[in-house]
Design a protein around this ligand. Structure first.
Ligand code: NAI
Length: 499
Protein backbone atom coordinates (compact mmCIF):
# COMPACT_ATOMS: atom_id res chain seq x y z
CA UNK A 1 0.00 0.00 0.00
CA UNK A 2 1.22 3.49 -0.84
CA UNK A 3 2.49 5.63 2.00
CA UNK A 4 0.07 8.23 3.24
CA UNK A 5 1.16 11.84 3.20
CA UNK A 6 -0.21 14.02 6.01
CA UNK A 7 1.96 17.11 5.68
CA UNK A 8 3.48 18.90 2.71
CA UNK A 9 5.88 21.79 2.27
CA UNK A 10 5.51 23.83 -0.89
CA UNK A 11 8.69 25.76 -1.73
CA UNK A 12 8.11 28.74 -4.01
CA UNK A 13 4.87 30.65 -3.49
CA UNK A 14 4.39 31.96 -7.03
CA UNK A 15 1.54 31.15 -9.41
CA UNK A 16 2.10 27.40 -9.21
CA UNK A 17 3.11 27.04 -5.54
CA UNK A 18 0.02 28.94 -4.51
CA UNK A 19 -2.25 26.63 -6.47
CA UNK A 20 -0.51 23.50 -5.21
CA UNK A 21 -0.83 24.69 -1.60
CA UNK A 22 -4.53 25.38 -2.13
CA UNK A 23 -5.35 21.92 -3.49
CA UNK A 24 -3.16 20.44 -0.71
CA UNK A 25 -5.13 22.03 2.12
CA UNK A 26 -8.40 21.30 0.33
CA UNK A 27 -7.27 17.68 0.28
CA UNK A 28 -7.01 17.75 4.08
CA UNK A 29 -3.23 17.90 4.35
CA UNK A 30 -1.24 20.30 6.46
CA UNK A 31 0.68 22.56 4.07
CA UNK A 32 3.68 24.77 4.79
CA UNK A 33 4.45 27.52 2.30
CA UNK A 34 7.98 28.87 1.95
CA UNK A 35 9.42 31.42 -0.45
CA UNK A 36 12.89 32.98 -0.64
CA UNK A 37 11.42 36.43 -1.23
CA UNK A 38 10.55 37.98 2.14
CA UNK A 39 6.78 38.27 2.67
CA UNK A 40 5.93 36.30 -0.50
CA UNK A 41 4.69 33.20 1.33
CA UNK A 42 2.47 35.24 3.68
CA UNK A 43 1.06 37.13 0.71
CA UNK A 44 0.35 33.86 -1.08
CA UNK A 45 -1.37 32.48 2.03
CA UNK A 46 -3.64 35.53 2.08
CA UNK A 47 -4.42 35.05 -1.61
CA UNK A 48 -5.31 31.39 -1.02
CA UNK A 49 -7.63 32.34 1.87
CA UNK A 50 -9.28 34.97 -0.34
CA UNK A 51 -9.68 32.39 -3.10
CA UNK A 52 -11.40 29.95 -0.73
CA UNK A 53 -13.66 32.76 0.56
CA UNK A 54 -14.69 33.60 -2.97
CA UNK A 55 -15.53 29.93 -3.65
CA UNK A 56 -17.75 29.99 -0.54
CA UNK A 57 -19.41 33.23 -1.69
CA UNK A 58 -20.16 31.63 -5.08
CA UNK A 59 -21.65 28.58 -3.37
CA UNK A 60 -18.95 26.27 -4.74
CA UNK A 61 -17.42 25.35 -1.38
CA UNK A 62 -19.13 24.80 1.99
CA UNK A 63 -17.99 27.38 4.56
CA UNK A 64 -16.90 24.72 7.07
CA UNK A 65 -14.68 23.04 4.46
CA UNK A 66 -13.06 26.37 3.61
CA UNK A 67 -12.45 27.06 7.31
CA UNK A 68 -10.95 23.58 7.82
CA UNK A 69 -8.70 24.05 4.78
CA UNK A 70 -7.51 27.48 5.91
CA UNK A 71 -6.63 26.06 9.34
CA UNK A 72 -4.22 23.65 7.62
CA UNK A 73 -2.11 26.37 6.03
CA UNK A 74 1.19 27.44 7.63
CA UNK A 75 3.75 30.00 6.52
CA UNK A 76 7.41 29.07 7.07
CA UNK A 77 9.91 31.88 7.53
CA UNK A 78 12.88 29.53 7.38
CA UNK A 79 13.40 26.16 5.68
CA UNK A 80 14.24 24.56 9.05
CA UNK A 81 10.57 24.90 10.02
CA UNK A 82 9.56 22.24 7.50
CA UNK A 83 11.84 19.52 8.82
CA UNK A 84 9.02 17.20 9.93
CA UNK A 85 6.94 17.16 6.70
CA UNK A 86 6.22 13.97 4.71
CA UNK A 87 6.60 15.57 1.28
CA UNK A 88 8.24 18.66 -0.22
CA UNK A 89 6.90 20.02 -3.52
CA UNK A 90 9.33 22.43 -5.13
CA UNK A 91 7.85 25.17 -7.35
CA UNK A 92 10.65 27.74 -7.53
CA UNK A 93 12.32 29.44 -10.47
CA UNK A 94 12.96 27.18 -13.52
CA UNK A 95 16.74 27.04 -13.16
CA UNK A 96 18.61 23.75 -12.87
CA UNK A 97 21.45 24.92 -10.60
CA UNK A 98 19.10 26.71 -8.22
CA UNK A 99 16.84 23.65 -8.02
CA UNK A 100 19.83 21.32 -7.52
CA UNK A 101 21.09 23.51 -4.68
CA UNK A 102 17.67 23.52 -3.04
CA UNK A 103 17.34 19.71 -3.22
CA UNK A 104 20.82 19.22 -1.75
CA UNK A 105 19.95 21.63 1.05
CA UNK A 106 16.58 19.96 1.67
CA UNK A 107 18.31 16.64 2.28
CA UNK A 108 20.16 18.21 5.22
CA UNK A 109 16.87 19.40 6.73
CA UNK A 110 14.06 16.88 6.15
CA UNK A 111 13.71 13.32 7.45
CA UNK A 112 15.39 10.58 5.35
CA UNK A 113 11.96 9.20 4.44
CA UNK A 114 10.49 12.54 3.35
CA UNK A 115 9.62 12.52 -0.35
CA UNK A 116 10.94 15.27 -2.61
CA UNK A 117 9.05 16.33 -5.74
CA UNK A 118 9.67 19.02 -8.33
CA UNK A 119 7.03 20.82 -10.37
CA UNK A 120 9.51 21.60 -13.14
CA UNK A 121 8.07 21.67 -16.64
CA UNK A 122 11.25 21.48 -18.70
CA UNK A 123 14.09 20.05 -16.59
CA UNK A 124 14.84 16.39 -15.99
CA UNK A 125 13.99 15.14 -12.50
CA UNK A 126 17.14 12.99 -12.62
CA UNK A 127 19.21 16.12 -13.24
CA UNK A 128 17.61 17.95 -10.30
CA UNK A 129 18.23 14.89 -8.08
CA UNK A 130 21.79 14.50 -9.31
CA UNK A 131 23.52 15.50 -6.07
CA UNK A 132 20.94 13.95 -3.77
CA UNK A 133 21.98 11.16 -1.47
CA UNK A 134 18.64 9.29 -1.60
CA UNK A 135 17.47 9.60 -5.19
CA UNK A 136 14.81 6.93 -4.87
CA UNK A 137 12.62 9.38 -2.97
CA UNK A 138 12.82 12.09 -5.63
CA UNK A 139 10.14 12.34 -8.33
CA UNK A 140 8.12 14.91 -10.23
CA UNK A 141 4.67 16.30 -9.56
CA UNK A 142 3.93 18.34 -12.66
CA UNK A 143 0.78 20.40 -12.16
CA UNK A 144 -0.89 22.61 -14.76
CA UNK A 145 -1.85 26.25 -14.54
CA UNK A 146 -4.23 27.26 -12.96
CA UNK A 147 -3.77 24.34 -10.57
CA UNK A 148 -7.21 24.37 -8.88
CA UNK A 149 -8.94 24.18 -12.28
CA UNK A 150 -6.65 21.75 -14.08
CA UNK A 151 -7.38 18.20 -12.98
CA UNK A 152 -4.30 16.56 -14.43
CA UNK A 153 -1.05 16.01 -12.56
CA UNK A 154 1.85 14.18 -14.19
CA UNK A 155 3.75 12.01 -11.70
CA UNK A 156 7.27 11.86 -13.10
CA UNK A 157 9.28 8.70 -12.58
CA UNK A 158 13.04 9.21 -12.96
CA UNK A 159 15.22 6.12 -13.44
CA UNK A 160 16.14 6.12 -9.75
CA UNK A 161 12.65 6.90 -8.40
CA UNK A 162 11.34 3.96 -6.36
CA UNK A 163 7.97 2.31 -6.94
CA UNK A 164 6.98 3.33 -3.39
CA UNK A 165 7.71 6.97 -4.15
CA UNK A 166 5.68 6.82 -7.40
CA UNK A 167 2.76 5.15 -5.60
CA UNK A 168 2.84 7.73 -2.80
CA UNK A 169 2.95 10.63 -5.28
CA UNK A 170 -0.01 9.17 -7.19
CA UNK A 171 -1.92 8.91 -3.93
CA UNK A 172 -1.10 12.45 -2.85
CA UNK A 173 -2.16 13.71 -6.28
CA UNK A 174 -5.50 11.99 -5.86
CA UNK A 175 -5.87 13.40 -2.39
CA UNK A 176 -5.35 16.86 -3.87
CA UNK A 177 -8.35 16.15 -6.10
CA UNK A 178 -6.25 15.68 -9.25
CA UNK A 179 -6.11 12.83 -11.79
CA UNK A 180 -2.53 11.53 -11.74
CA UNK A 181 -0.81 9.93 -14.71
CA UNK A 182 2.60 8.29 -14.32
CA UNK A 183 5.05 9.62 -16.90
CA UNK A 184 8.66 8.92 -17.80
CA UNK A 185 11.33 11.53 -17.04
CA UNK A 186 11.65 12.71 -20.67
CA UNK A 187 11.64 16.06 -22.50
CA UNK A 188 8.30 17.85 -22.17
CA UNK A 189 7.01 14.89 -20.13
CA UNK A 190 3.65 13.89 -21.65
CA UNK A 191 1.26 16.76 -22.32
CA UNK A 192 3.82 19.37 -23.40
CA UNK A 193 5.28 16.85 -25.84
CA UNK A 194 1.94 15.49 -27.03
CA UNK A 195 0.63 18.97 -27.78
CA UNK A 196 3.42 19.82 -30.24
CA UNK A 197 1.95 18.47 -33.46
CA UNK A 198 -1.44 20.17 -33.25
CA UNK A 199 0.09 23.63 -33.39
CA UNK A 200 3.21 22.84 -35.40
CA UNK A 201 1.43 21.06 -38.25
CA UNK A 202 -0.95 24.04 -38.37
CA UNK A 203 2.09 26.31 -38.69
CA UNK A 204 3.47 24.24 -41.57
CA UNK A 205 0.15 24.30 -43.41
CA UNK A 206 0.08 28.10 -43.19
CA UNK A 207 3.79 28.38 -44.04
CA UNK A 208 3.21 26.40 -47.23
CA UNK A 209 0.51 28.86 -48.28
CA UNK A 210 -2.15 26.15 -48.19
CA UNK A 211 -4.51 28.09 -45.93
CA UNK A 212 -4.70 31.04 -43.53
CA UNK A 213 -4.66 30.64 -39.72
CA UNK A 214 -8.39 31.37 -39.48
CA UNK A 215 -9.10 28.61 -42.03
CA UNK A 216 -6.99 26.04 -40.17
CA UNK A 217 -8.68 26.98 -36.89
CA UNK A 218 -12.18 26.75 -38.38
CA UNK A 219 -11.54 23.27 -39.78
CA UNK A 220 -10.07 21.96 -36.53
CA UNK A 221 -13.04 23.34 -34.58
CA UNK A 222 -15.95 22.56 -36.89
CA UNK A 223 -14.80 19.26 -38.41
CA UNK A 224 -12.63 17.80 -35.63
CA UNK A 225 -14.27 19.08 -32.44
CA UNK A 226 -11.29 20.92 -30.93
CA UNK A 227 -12.39 23.77 -28.69
CA UNK A 228 -9.78 26.03 -30.20
CA UNK A 229 -7.74 25.83 -33.37
CA UNK A 230 -3.91 25.81 -33.28
CA UNK A 231 -3.54 29.54 -33.91
CA UNK A 232 -6.13 30.66 -31.36
CA UNK A 233 -4.37 28.38 -28.89
CA UNK A 234 -0.89 29.77 -29.61
CA UNK A 235 -2.21 33.32 -29.29
CA UNK A 236 -3.80 32.42 -25.95
CA UNK A 237 -0.78 30.71 -24.38
CA UNK A 238 1.59 33.34 -25.79
CA UNK A 239 4.03 32.77 -28.63
CA UNK A 240 6.89 33.72 -26.26
CA UNK A 241 5.88 30.64 -24.23
CA UNK A 242 5.04 28.05 -26.91
CA UNK A 243 7.97 28.81 -29.24
CA UNK A 244 10.70 28.12 -26.60
CA UNK A 245 8.81 24.99 -25.45
CA UNK A 246 8.89 23.77 -29.07
CA UNK A 247 12.63 24.44 -29.23
CA UNK A 248 13.39 22.67 -25.95
CA UNK A 249 11.39 19.58 -26.86
CA UNK A 250 12.76 19.41 -30.39
CA UNK A 251 16.32 19.59 -29.04
CA UNK A 252 15.45 17.06 -26.32
CA UNK A 253 14.51 14.56 -29.04
CA UNK A 254 17.63 15.36 -31.07
CA UNK A 255 15.69 17.23 -33.74
CA UNK A 256 13.37 14.40 -34.78
CA UNK A 257 11.70 15.96 -37.84
CA UNK A 258 8.28 15.04 -36.50
CA UNK A 259 8.77 17.54 -33.69
CA UNK A 260 10.18 20.43 -35.73
CA UNK A 261 8.28 23.68 -35.70
CA UNK A 262 8.22 26.14 -38.62
CA UNK A 263 10.37 29.26 -39.12
CA UNK A 264 7.10 31.21 -38.98
CA UNK A 265 6.86 30.33 -35.27
CA UNK A 266 10.26 31.88 -34.57
CA UNK A 267 9.47 34.88 -36.78
CA UNK A 268 6.36 35.60 -34.70
CA UNK A 269 8.25 35.18 -31.41
CA UNK A 270 11.01 37.55 -32.57
CA UNK A 271 8.56 40.12 -33.91
CA UNK A 272 7.07 40.60 -30.46
CA UNK A 273 3.60 39.80 -31.81
CA UNK A 274 3.01 37.31 -29.04
CA UNK A 275 -0.73 36.79 -29.09
CA UNK A 276 -3.57 38.08 -26.94
CA UNK A 277 -1.29 39.73 -24.40
CA UNK A 278 0.23 42.07 -27.02
CA UNK A 279 -3.12 42.48 -28.83
CA UNK A 280 -1.47 41.09 -31.93
CA UNK A 281 -0.38 37.59 -32.74
CA UNK A 282 -1.66 35.38 -35.51
CA UNK A 283 -4.81 37.46 -35.06
CA UNK A 284 -5.44 41.08 -34.09
CA UNK A 285 -7.45 41.90 -30.93
CA UNK A 286 -9.41 45.03 -30.06
CA UNK A 287 -9.17 46.88 -26.74
CA UNK A 288 -11.89 44.70 -25.23
CA UNK A 289 -9.85 41.59 -26.12
CA UNK A 290 -12.13 40.51 -28.95
CA UNK A 291 -10.43 38.66 -31.75
CA UNK A 292 -10.56 40.38 -35.14
CA UNK A 293 -10.31 37.32 -37.36
CA UNK A 294 -10.75 37.33 -41.13
CA UNK A 295 -13.57 35.05 -42.25
CA UNK A 296 -12.45 31.47 -42.85
CA UNK A 297 -15.37 30.90 -45.22
CA UNK A 298 -15.10 30.91 -48.99
CA UNK A 299 -17.51 33.53 -50.35
CA UNK A 300 -19.01 33.30 -53.80
CA UNK A 301 -21.10 35.67 -55.89
CA UNK A 302 -21.32 33.12 -58.71
CA UNK A 303 -24.34 31.14 -59.77
CA UNK A 304 -24.32 27.68 -58.18
CA UNK A 305 -22.98 24.84 -60.30
CA UNK A 306 -25.04 21.74 -59.77
CA UNK A 307 -23.67 19.44 -62.41
CA UNK A 308 -20.53 17.56 -61.45
CA UNK A 309 -18.72 14.42 -62.54
CA UNK A 310 -17.10 11.96 -60.17
CA UNK A 311 -13.46 11.16 -60.85
CA UNK A 312 -14.08 7.56 -59.84
CA UNK A 313 -16.80 5.46 -58.25
CA UNK A 314 -17.15 6.64 -54.71
CA UNK A 315 -20.43 5.94 -52.93
CA UNK A 316 -19.73 8.16 -49.95
CA UNK A 317 -18.82 11.14 -52.12
CA UNK A 318 -21.74 10.58 -54.48
CA UNK A 319 -24.17 10.39 -51.55
CA UNK A 320 -22.83 13.57 -49.95
CA UNK A 321 -23.02 15.49 -53.22
CA UNK A 322 -26.56 14.32 -53.97
CA UNK A 323 -27.62 15.26 -50.45
CA UNK A 324 -26.28 18.75 -51.11
CA UNK A 325 -28.33 19.11 -54.29
CA UNK A 326 -25.76 18.24 -56.94
CA UNK A 327 -26.53 16.29 -60.05
CA UNK A 328 -23.81 13.66 -60.05
CA UNK A 329 -22.64 11.66 -63.02
CA UNK A 330 -19.77 9.33 -63.77
CA UNK A 331 -19.35 10.87 -67.20
CA UNK A 332 -16.92 13.73 -67.81
CA UNK A 333 -18.61 16.13 -70.22
CA UNK A 334 -15.39 18.10 -70.70
CA UNK A 335 -16.82 21.24 -68.99
CA UNK A 336 -18.17 20.47 -65.54
CA UNK A 337 -16.10 20.25 -62.38
CA UNK A 338 -14.74 16.80 -61.58
CA UNK A 339 -14.82 15.85 -57.93
CA UNK A 340 -12.80 13.35 -55.94
CA UNK A 341 -12.28 12.50 -52.26
CA UNK A 342 -8.61 12.12 -51.37
CA UNK A 343 -6.80 10.45 -48.52
CA UNK A 344 -3.25 11.68 -48.03
CA UNK A 345 -2.79 12.57 -51.68
CA UNK A 346 -2.71 16.01 -53.32
CA UNK A 347 -4.90 17.06 -56.24
CA UNK A 348 -1.90 17.58 -58.54
CA UNK A 349 -0.60 14.07 -57.91
CA UNK A 350 -4.03 12.53 -58.36
CA UNK A 351 -4.69 14.45 -61.59
CA UNK A 352 -1.33 13.37 -63.04
CA UNK A 353 -1.67 9.76 -61.88
CA UNK A 354 -5.20 9.34 -63.23
CA UNK A 355 -4.95 11.63 -66.24
CA UNK A 356 -7.61 14.18 -65.23
CA UNK A 357 -7.82 17.79 -66.35
CA UNK A 358 -6.33 19.48 -63.27
CA UNK A 359 -8.09 22.77 -64.09
CA UNK A 360 -11.48 21.21 -63.41
CA UNK A 361 -10.51 18.74 -60.72
CA UNK A 362 -11.51 19.53 -57.10
CA UNK A 363 -11.06 17.40 -54.00
CA UNK A 364 -13.18 17.13 -50.86
CA UNK A 365 -12.01 15.87 -47.48
CA UNK A 366 -14.48 13.24 -46.29
CA UNK A 367 -12.76 12.62 -42.95
CA UNK A 368 -13.94 14.50 -39.85
CA UNK A 369 -17.42 15.93 -39.40
CA UNK A 370 -19.05 17.27 -42.55
CA UNK A 371 -22.29 18.70 -41.24
CA UNK A 372 -21.06 22.30 -40.76
CA UNK A 373 -18.06 22.78 -43.00
CA UNK A 374 -16.41 21.19 -46.00
CA UNK A 375 -12.81 21.53 -47.15
CA UNK A 376 -12.45 21.99 -50.90
CA UNK A 377 -8.98 21.71 -52.43
CA UNK A 378 -7.69 22.60 -55.88
CA UNK A 379 -4.53 22.17 -57.93
CA UNK A 380 -2.41 25.04 -59.30
CA UNK A 381 -4.06 26.41 -62.43
CA UNK A 382 -7.58 25.39 -61.40
CA UNK A 383 -10.42 27.43 -62.91
CA UNK A 384 -11.56 29.64 -60.04
CA UNK A 385 -14.94 30.27 -61.66
CA UNK A 386 -15.69 26.54 -61.34
CA UNK A 387 -14.62 26.56 -57.69
CA UNK A 388 -16.85 29.59 -57.02
CA UNK A 389 -19.79 27.81 -58.60
CA UNK A 390 -19.20 24.76 -56.38
CA UNK A 391 -18.90 26.97 -53.30
CA UNK A 392 -22.17 28.68 -54.17
CA UNK A 393 -23.94 25.32 -54.37
CA UNK A 394 -22.43 24.12 -51.06
CA UNK A 395 -23.49 27.38 -49.41
CA UNK A 396 -26.99 27.04 -50.85
CA UNK A 397 -27.18 23.64 -49.18
CA UNK A 398 -26.17 25.17 -45.83
CA UNK A 399 -22.52 24.12 -45.72
CA UNK A 400 -19.65 26.49 -45.10
CA UNK A 401 -16.62 25.90 -47.26
CA UNK A 402 -12.93 26.25 -46.51
CA UNK A 403 -11.27 26.56 -49.91
CA UNK A 404 -7.57 25.70 -49.78
CA UNK A 405 -4.60 25.32 -52.09
CA UNK A 406 -3.16 21.94 -52.90
CA UNK A 407 -1.89 19.95 -49.93
CA UNK A 408 -1.44 16.24 -49.42
CA UNK A 409 -3.86 15.48 -46.56
CA UNK A 410 -5.86 18.76 -46.71
CA UNK A 411 -5.84 20.49 -43.27
CA UNK A 412 -7.72 18.04 -41.07
CA UNK A 413 -6.07 14.80 -42.22
CA UNK A 414 -2.62 16.31 -41.76
CA UNK A 415 -3.19 17.66 -38.27
CA UNK A 416 -5.20 14.64 -37.07
CA UNK A 417 -2.70 12.12 -38.46
CA UNK A 418 0.22 13.99 -36.89
CA UNK A 419 -1.51 14.19 -33.50
CA UNK A 420 -2.39 10.49 -33.65
CA UNK A 421 1.11 9.53 -34.80
CA UNK A 422 2.76 11.43 -31.96
CA UNK A 423 0.42 9.75 -29.47
CA UNK A 424 1.51 6.38 -30.91
CA UNK A 425 5.18 7.37 -30.72
CA UNK A 426 4.76 8.40 -27.08
CA UNK A 427 3.36 4.94 -26.37
CA UNK A 428 6.22 3.32 -28.33
CA UNK A 429 8.97 5.12 -26.43
CA UNK A 430 7.20 4.50 -23.12
CA UNK A 431 6.47 8.08 -22.14
CA UNK A 432 3.36 6.55 -20.53
CA UNK A 433 0.90 3.72 -21.10
CA UNK A 434 -1.54 4.14 -24.05
CA UNK A 435 -4.65 4.68 -21.90
CA UNK A 436 -2.79 7.20 -19.74
CA UNK A 437 -1.63 9.09 -22.83
CA UNK A 438 -5.25 9.57 -23.89
CA UNK A 439 -6.33 10.45 -20.36
CA UNK A 440 -3.60 13.08 -20.00
CA UNK A 441 -4.20 14.66 -23.40
CA UNK A 442 -7.94 14.98 -22.89
CA UNK A 443 -7.58 16.32 -19.33
CA UNK A 444 -4.52 18.50 -19.90
CA UNK A 445 -5.36 19.95 -23.31
CA UNK A 446 -9.13 19.47 -23.60
CA UNK A 447 -8.73 17.36 -26.72
CA UNK A 448 -12.07 15.89 -27.85
CA UNK A 449 -10.37 12.48 -28.11
CA UNK A 450 -7.01 11.24 -26.93
CA UNK A 451 -4.49 10.78 -29.77
CA UNK A 452 -4.76 6.98 -29.71
CA UNK A 453 -8.56 7.08 -29.68
CA UNK A 454 -8.24 9.53 -32.59
CA UNK A 455 -6.10 6.97 -34.45
CA UNK A 456 -8.83 4.38 -33.81
CA UNK A 457 -11.56 6.80 -34.87
CA UNK A 458 -9.91 7.24 -38.29
CA UNK A 459 -8.64 3.68 -38.28
CA UNK A 460 -4.93 2.92 -37.69
CA UNK A 461 -4.59 1.74 -41.31
CA UNK A 462 -6.07 5.01 -42.59
CA UNK A 463 -3.70 7.07 -40.43
CA UNK A 464 -0.81 4.96 -41.67
CA UNK A 465 -1.92 5.48 -45.29
CA UNK A 466 -2.19 9.25 -44.86
CA UNK A 467 1.26 9.48 -43.28
CA UNK A 468 2.90 7.17 -45.81
CA UNK A 469 1.49 9.30 -48.63
CA UNK A 470 2.57 12.51 -46.96
CA UNK A 471 6.07 11.16 -46.42
CA UNK A 472 6.35 9.98 -50.03
CA UNK A 473 4.93 13.17 -51.58
CA UNK A 474 6.85 15.67 -49.45
CA UNK A 475 10.00 13.57 -49.04
CA UNK A 476 9.95 14.76 -45.43
CA UNK A 477 10.55 12.37 -42.54
CA UNK A 478 8.35 14.63 -40.51
CA UNK A 479 5.58 12.24 -41.61
CA UNK A 480 7.44 9.06 -40.64
CA UNK A 481 4.87 6.71 -39.10
CA UNK A 482 5.48 5.48 -35.59
CA UNK A 483 6.25 1.76 -35.38
CA UNK A 484 3.54 1.52 -32.75
CA UNK A 485 1.00 2.72 -35.33
CA UNK A 486 2.42 0.61 -38.16
CA UNK A 487 2.29 -2.66 -36.22
CA UNK A 488 -1.25 -2.10 -35.00
CA UNK A 489 -2.41 -1.08 -38.49
CA UNK A 490 -0.80 -4.15 -40.09
CA UNK A 491 -2.35 -6.48 -37.53
CA UNK A 492 -5.77 -4.80 -37.58
CA UNK A 493 -5.51 -3.87 -33.90
CA UNK A 494 -6.68 -0.86 -31.92
CA UNK A 495 -4.00 1.81 -31.42
CA UNK A 496 -4.65 1.37 -27.69
CA UNK A 497 -3.42 -2.23 -27.73
CA UNK A 498 -0.61 -2.65 -25.20
CA UNK A 499 2.59 -4.42 -26.18
P1 NAI B 1 6.74 32.14 -10.28
O1 NAI B 1 7.82 33.02 -10.81
O2 NAI B 1 5.33 32.63 -10.30
O3 NAI B 1 7.10 31.74 -8.77
C1 NAI B 1 8.33 31.26 -8.35
C2 NAI B 1 8.50 31.61 -6.88
O4 NAI B 1 9.65 30.95 -6.39
C3 NAI B 1 8.71 33.09 -6.63
O5 NAI B 1 7.79 33.53 -5.64
C4 NAI B 1 10.17 33.18 -6.14
O6 NAI B 1 10.35 34.20 -5.16
C5 NAI B 1 10.38 31.83 -5.54
N1 NAI B 1 11.77 31.37 -5.52
C6 NAI B 1 12.71 31.51 -6.48
N2 NAI B 1 13.85 30.91 -6.10
C7 NAI B 1 13.62 30.38 -4.87
C8 NAI B 1 14.41 29.60 -3.97
N3 NAI B 1 15.68 29.30 -4.25
N4 NAI B 1 13.86 29.21 -2.81
C9 NAI B 1 12.58 29.53 -2.51
N5 NAI B 1 11.78 30.27 -3.33
C10 NAI B 1 12.30 30.67 -4.49
O7 NAI B 1 6.89 30.76 -11.09
P2 NAI B 1 5.76 29.66 -11.39
O8 NAI B 1 5.08 30.01 -12.67
O9 NAI B 1 4.94 29.45 -10.18
O10 NAI B 1 6.66 28.39 -11.69
C11 NAI B 1 7.30 27.66 -10.69
C12 NAI B 1 7.76 26.32 -11.22
O11 NAI B 1 6.64 25.62 -11.76
C13 NAI B 1 8.78 26.39 -12.33
O12 NAI B 1 9.65 25.30 -12.21
C14 NAI B 1 7.93 26.25 -13.59
O13 NAI B 1 8.65 25.72 -14.68
C15 NAI B 1 6.91 25.24 -13.11
N6 NAI B 1 5.63 25.24 -13.86
C16 NAI B 1 5.04 26.42 -14.22
C17 NAI B 1 3.83 26.40 -14.92
C18 NAI B 1 3.17 27.67 -15.31
O14 NAI B 1 2.25 27.63 -16.17
N7 NAI B 1 3.53 28.81 -14.75
C19 NAI B 1 3.17 25.12 -15.27
C20 NAI B 1 3.85 23.95 -14.76
C21 NAI B 1 5.05 24.03 -14.11
Amino acid sequence: MARSIGSVAVIGAGAMGRGIAQVGIQGGMQVWLFDAAPGAAAKAAEAIAAQLDSLVAKGRLPADEAAAAKAQLRVADALEQIKEVDLVVEAIIENLEVKQQLFTQLETIVRPDCLLASNTSSLRIAAIARSCQYRERVGGLHFFNPVPLMKLVEVIRAPATSDETVAALVKVGERMGRSPVVVQDSPGFLVNLGGRCFTQEGLRIVSEGVAAPSQVDAVMRDCWGFRMGPFELMDLTGIDVNFPVSQIISAGYFHDRRLATAPLHQAMAESGQLGRKTKRGFYAYDDAGRMLAPSPDAASESAPIEKVALAEDDDALAELLRELGFSVSNFDDGQSPILCALLGEDVSGYAARRGFDHRRLFALDLTGRLDKRLTLMQAPGAVNALRDGLVAQFNKAGRKVTAIRDSAGFIGQRVAAMVANLGCEMAQIRVAGPADIDKAMTLGLNYPLGPLALADHLGPQTVLNILTQLQAITGDDRYRPSLWLRRRALLGLSALTED
